[in-house]
Design a protein around this ligand. Structure first.
Ligand SMILES: Cc1cc2nc3c(=O)[nH]c(=O)nc-3n(C[C@H](O)[C@H](O)[C@H](O)COP(=O)(O)O)c2cc1C
Length: 190
C-alpha cells in the first residue's frame, strides 16, 4: 500500500486547504500531518545532522522521519502576500540539506477565495520543490479558485467540479507514483 503524507500550509482550524486534505484523508485514507505548527524556526546552528545521525531539534527529527517514510507527498496551501506561508516555508527550510523530499513524488494544491486560486504561491512552491529535488507531478497539481464558495462552514466540499478535479488529480498522482517508484515502505521491509 502506498503511504501518502499530506501537509496543509494553513494552521487555521477552519482552513479550506486543510478541509481539502481532510476530504482526501476520508476518501483515500492518506495521512494528514498535524504537527507543522510545532516545528521551530529554522536556525542553521541547530541544523546538526549527518547521513546517519540527527541532532537537530526533536520536532524537526520527527518531521524528517515522517517525510522519509512517506512514498509521496501532497501539499495544499493558501497564498500569503503572494508567497508561501511562513510556517510551510520554515518546515521546508529544515529539509533543504537533509534531503527527505529528494525524488519524492509531490502533488501541489493551492486554494484561495480569489479567482486566481493562488497561482503565485503555486508557482513559488513548485519552484522551491524543484530546487530541493522533489518530483513534482504537474498533471496532478491543482489551483482552486473561489474556494470559499466550494466548501461549506462544516468543512465539506459542496462543489461537484472540485470533487471531480480532486479525484482526477489523485488518479493521475497514483498512476505516476506506481509507474515510477518502489514504495518506501516495501523498500524498508526488504
Ligand atoms: C496574511 C494574509 C495574506 C493573504 N494574502 C493573500 C494573497 O496574497 N493571495 C490570496 O489569494 N489570498 C490571500 N489571503 C487570503 C487567504 O487566501 C485566505 O485567508 C485563505 O482562506 C487562507 O487559507 P486557509 O483557508 O486554508 O486558511 C491572505 C490572508 C492572510 C491572512
Amino acid at each position: 500500500m502506498i503511504n501518502i503524507l499530506m501537509i496543509s500550509g494553513s494552521l487555521r482550524s477552519n482552513s479550506y486547504n486543510t478541509a481539502i486534505l481532510r476530504y482526501l484523508k476520508n476518501e483515500f485514507g492518506f495521512e494528514l500531518y498535524e504537527n507543522l505548527g510545532e516545528i521551530p524556526a529554522f536556525n542553521a546552528d541547530l541544523n546538526i545532522h549527518t547521513l546517519t545521525h540527527d541532532d537537530s531539534p526533536k520536532n524537526v527529527q520527527a518531521f524528517r522521519q515522517t517525510l522519509k517514510h512517506a512514498d509521496a507527498i501532497i501539499i495544499s496551501t493558501p497564498e500569503f502576500a503572494h508567497q508561501i506561508p511562513g510556517v510551510l516555508k520554515n518546515a521546508l527550510d529544515w529539509v533543504v540539506s537533509s534531503g527527505e523530499l529528494s525524488d519524492k513524488p509531490t502533488m501541489v494544491i493551492s486554494a484561495t477565495p480569489t479567482h486566481l486560486g493562488g497561482e503565485k504561491v503555486h508557482d513559488a512552491l513548485v519552484y522551491l520543490l524543484n530546487v530541493i529535488d522533489a518530483r513534482v507531478i504537474e498533471e496532478a497539481s491543482l489551483q482552486v479558485s473561489m474556494v470559499n464558495q466550494k466548501i461549506n462552514k462544516e468543512g465539506n466540499i459542496t462543489d461537484t467540479a472540485l470533487l471531480e478535479a480532486l479525484n482526477t488529480r489523485i488518479h493521475h498522482f497514483l498512476q505516476s507514483i506506481e509507474a515510477n517508484t518502489t514504495p518506501a515502505t516495501s523498500a524498508k521491509k526488504s
